[in-house]
Design a binder for this molecule. Structure first.
Ligand code: FMN
Length: 197
């Protein structure tokens, strides 16, 4: 199933194609591909080049995958339980100067976006998750005090719609929508749509 962005503008094909399915093929993901997607994430820009991103990665069947799955809320466990690869993005909250890094979450999000684009290039799909217990992740992975879990990602090859239960199938078929540019891009005063034509 394809759900390209509904846009008349000529955006990058990877961005147009990407969406967040919840069904994965019963096929492992090659480690070289995972290495490349993480390498893409490594090359994201960050404030003062502090690179606050850290990742836990689990492959189906290994202990890390099991712990990552355990951290998820039940809703996510139901569909992400078929994902061959699970990833947890963690942020280093402290800057090298010892003060709090005010933009670590922004930087980690940017690294995850790079990962997402490389995934599409590799023919993989991903679905990110905020629905998980940060406390459980901290406990299970002994994450130090100056680091915090941010988001999870389920990764794999796209699977069949029929692999999902009826409720998830309906969600999968729902159209993708976005706010209009005029509702998010302003000039003169916050809320006043910018003239882009
Ligand atoms: C940080 C973040 C957290 C998310 N959390 C969840 C989640 O816990 N469960 C879920 O099913 N989808 C989750 N999503 C997926 C979003 O709902 C999805 O990206 C959004 O609806 C847009 O759909 P699209 O990615 O197909 O364009 C999350 C996405 C992001 C980026």
């Amino acid at each position: 199933m394809k759900k390209p962005a509904d846009t008349s503008l000529n955006i990058h094909p990877i961005i147009k194609k990407r969406w967040s399915p919840r069904t994965f093929a019963d096929k492992p993901v090659e480690k070289e591909k995972i290495q490349r997607i993480l390498e893409a994430g490594r090359w994201a820009p960050s404030s003062f080049n502090e690179q606050p991103w850290r990742f836990m990665i689990g492959f189906q069947g290994d202990a890390t995958w099991g712990k990552l799955h355990e951290c998820m809320v039940e809703f996510n466990q139901l569909w992400a339980g078929k994902a061959p690869v699970l990833l947890l993005a963690i942020g280093n909250t402290k800057s090298v100067k010892g003060s709090k890094n005010a933009v670590y979450e922004y930087d980690v999000g940017q690294s995850m976006a790079y990962i997402t684009f490389q995934l599409e290039e590799e023919g993989l799909v991903a679905h990110q998750m905020g629905g998980f217990s940060k406390d459980k992740a901290i406990e299970l992975f002994s994450i130090p005090d100056d680091h915090t879990p941010i988001a999870m990602m389920a990764i794999g090859y796209h699977g069949k719609l029929e692999n999902l239960n009826k409720d998830f199938q309906e969600m999968e078929k729902a159209p993708r929508d976005r706010k209009a540019l005029s509702a998010i891009v302003f000039a003169d005063k916050f809320g006043d749509a910018a003239e882009l034509r």
